[in-house]
Design a protein around this ligand. Sequence first.
Ligand SMILES: [Zn+2]
Length: 245
Amino acid sequence: MTRRIGAVALDLLLPPIALDGGDRPQSPGLSARTWERIAFLEAPVCDGCGAPFEYDLGEGARCAACMARPRAFARARAACLYDEHSRDLILKLKHADRPDLARLFALWLARAAGELAQDCDVVVPVPLHRWRLFTRRYNQAAEIARPLARRTGLRYRPDALVRARDTGTQGGKSARGRRMNVRGAFRVPPRAACRIAGKRVLLVDDVLTTGATAEACAKALLKAGAAAVDLAVVARVREAAHFAI
Ligand SMILES: [Zn+2]
């Protein structure tokens, strides 16, 4: 099984066209230079937040932060570390009109969160506020979530969550400030509740820093009757200390 997943994973990670604008697309998908610099996260990782472990602590093992304070989302996985290299690619998707990169990220997530997807029923992206959607024209989390749903065979529910108010940027805020900023910002519209009730949701976002946004989304989904919420992100910060309680 592991070997089969490995073969599929290699296929997923190496799509045929260079997407990052690098000069030598010798490694399919990304230029060799970019490819080498992305810090992909491999097992063992914390089951609760996807943080890399130095040693394999066994299936379902959790880091100290997750043990101290369980999250509203049950499990999380990230495809790579959030550093200057992955940030470059993610910003290209976000601001440089490069939705094609979303398909590559979806491939990464199909691999990194494949185990979670097997237990889930629906894929839901973290929503943008409608004004932000208007100015940016697309929601980067939705662009990743749609091909991920297709690839994992799960139902795609882009309207399951709405951002009821514009929360602005989370940047520059403390962990507590971030939690306060997004508290109550998300809700499941009544018309979507029947599609969420009793379902295990795979929530998708681009970056995980403190987890405040994902947690606010997970709370709204659980309140609407979701059986559980798992989280899949393209990149997460390395330090558990930054994943503050
Ligand atoms: Zn953890």
